[in-house]
Structure formats: structure tokens, C-alpha cells
Ligand binder design. Structure first.
Ligand code: GUN
Length: 284
């Protein structure tokens, strides 16, 4: 069996087109990103976030600060952006330099502007089943399932990885979509026994090729979120020969990656709607 490849590039392009229409209707959507330091991967991410946001008509502000910037200065900037009426969404690119407390900085972002969905208010809303801003990569996973008519209702969904950015939130979204969810991690006793039960398998640990064909139930839908840069190029968590077993599989690259930026733009539009009173905020 050769799996259908779930084309994240095409779907992301469609969503970006929808976002552009919404931005034009709203008149202005402002997104500010903060990048501290010169991590090469973060530079690539932020640069493409800006290119795509600008193409969609979003007023994107690209704030770059030297690695030695103090945490207090970053916090002061976040507070300034929280108060800036032209800014609907704020994103602090992670990782931050080691001398900073990531938790303190990301928690300083006003929940209404937290387009990453990392603030505890947004994480809490997701946990309670009243999501507002949801982390972009998990949201992209759900869009891909929907676009390929994969209904999580009643399905066995297994998530490999428990990170705050992907594993936990995608598990919550799958639960909200009525899947029976299992979260696996480094202490899981028998990973293959868990993954073999999955109708929907999400791999998000950043270990190249950790999911092999023997670990996949024939006919499953497999979403590869792991991304590792190796000497042989970009590798995902899912061994490519899983395509012989799975029914649907995201390519790497071109699967879940492009969806992340598209969903970030959608979050920025959502933030603009909340801020203009066009959408109710769950906790207000
Ligand atoms: N670093 C890696 N992924 C992300 C993300 O989705 N958001 C932010 N802010 N930083 C990241």
C-alpha cells in the first residue's frame, strides 16, 4: 500500500489566501515578533513567518535583539507591545538565550495577544475545552486531518511526545474532537505496543526515524511533526517506509511545517477579531 501524502503546502496556501481576504476585510491586523539572539534556525523561522504574514497583508513588525539583551529589557518590550493598539498578536520566538527565564517572558504576553497559545490562560482554556489561541503546529495537525476527511471521533489517537508546544496541546485538541487519546513519552514502557493501536498517530519528539513501519497499524493516518536537521538534510520522526503501511502520511518537508505558519496567521486574525469585540473571549 502506498499512503496518500497529506499536502500541507497546498492546504497552507489555501489558508493563507483565506487569511488575506479576512485581513483586507478587517482593514488592519498587526503582528509583532521578538527574536533574541542569532540562533540560525530561529532566524529562518522568523524570516519566513514575516514573509508569509506580509504577503497576507498583515502589518508584521520584526523586532530583533542581541543575545546579551537583559530579561528586564525583553519584558519591558513585551509590556510595551501589550499596550500598543496597532499590535494584535505577539510572538516571542523560542528558544530564548540561556540567561532568560522563558516561562516568565512568554507569560508576560497578554493572553489576548498570545498568538502562540503558550500563556497559561490559553493553555488552560484548551484544557477546559474552550480553546482561544491554540499553538500553531497542533492546530495545523487538526486542519490536515479535517482536510483529508479523517474524523477523530471514536478513533484511537496516539501522540508520541509531551512537549508544551506540540505533544500536550495536540492531545487536548484530539480529545476535544472525541478521539481516545494516549500520550507516549521517553518513559513509556512499550512504545510500539501503544503506537500499533493508533488510528491517528502524531510523532513529535525530534528523534529522526523513531517511528518505523512495524510500529504502525495498517491503514493508520500518520502526522510527522518532528524535524531534525542532519548532514543528509531535514529528517522527520517518521521513517519514510511507513508510507507502505499507513493510509495517509504527511511528507517531510511539506507536511505539518507549512501549516504552522498558516495557522499562526489565522491566530493573528483571531486576535484582531477578539480585540475589536467581534469574537467573545472565553474568560471575559
Ligand atoms: N520555536 C519553535 N517553534 C515555535 C513556535 O511555534 N513558537 C515560538 N514562539 N517559538 C517556537
Amino acid at each position: 500500500m502506498a499512503a496518500t501524502m497529506m499536502d500541507g503546502r497546498a492546504l497552507a496556501e489555501r489558508i493563507r489566501g483565506e487569511v488575506a481576504v479576512e485581513v483586507a476585510e478587517l482593514g488592519h491586523v498587526g503582528l509583532a515578533t521578538i527574536l533574541v539572539g542569532d540562533d540560525p534556525a530561529s532566524d529562518v523561522y522568523i524570516t519566513s513567518k514575516h514573509r508569509v504574514a506580509t504577503e497576507a497583508g498583515i502589518d508584521a513588525r520584526d523586532v530583533r535583539l542581541p543575545a546579551e539583551t537583559s530579561e528586564d529589557d525583553v519584558l519591558a518590550l513585551v509590556h510595551e507591545l501589550n499596550e500598543d493598539d496597532a499590535v494584535d498578536g505577539i510572538l516571542v520566538q523560542l528558544p530564548l538565550p540561556a540567561h532568560m527565564d522563558e516561562t516568565r517572558v512568554t507569560y508576560a504576553v497578554a493572553p489576548q495577544k498570545d498568538v502562540d497559545g503558550f500563556h497559561p490562560v490559553n493553555a488552560g482554556n484548551l484544557y477546559l475545552g474552550t480553546p482561544l489561541h491554540v499553538p500553531a503546529t497542533p492546530a495545523g495537525c487538526m486542519e490536515l486531518l479535517d482536510a483529508y476527511d479523517v474524523d477523530p471521533r471514536g478513533a484511537a489517537a496516539v501522540v508520541v511526545g509531551r512537549s508544551e508546544i506540540v505533544g500536550r496541546p495536540v492531545a487536548m485538541l484530539l480529545l476535544q474532537a472525541h478521539a481516545t487519546v494516549t500520550i507516549c513519552h521517553s518513559r513509556t514502557a512499550d512504545l510500539a505496543a501503544e503506537t500499533l493501536r493508533a488510528d491517528i498517530l502524531v510523532a513529535a519528539v525530534g528523534v529522526p526515524g523513531i517511528v518505523t513501519p512495524e510500529m504502525v497499524k495498517p491503514g493508520a493516518t500518520v502526522l510527522d511533526v518532528g524535524l531534525t536537521r542532519t548532514d543528509e538534510g531535514i529528517r522527520g520522526d517518521v521513517d519514510r517506509s511507513v508510507a507502505d503501511v499507513a493510509r495517509r502520511l504527511t511528507p517531510m518537508p511539506g507536511g505539518t511545517g507549512p501549516m504552522t505558519i498558516a495557522m499562526l496567521l489565522r491566530s493573528a486574525v483571531k486576535a484582531a477579531r477578539y480585540r475589536r469585540g467581534l469574537l467573545a473571549y472565553p474568560t471575559q
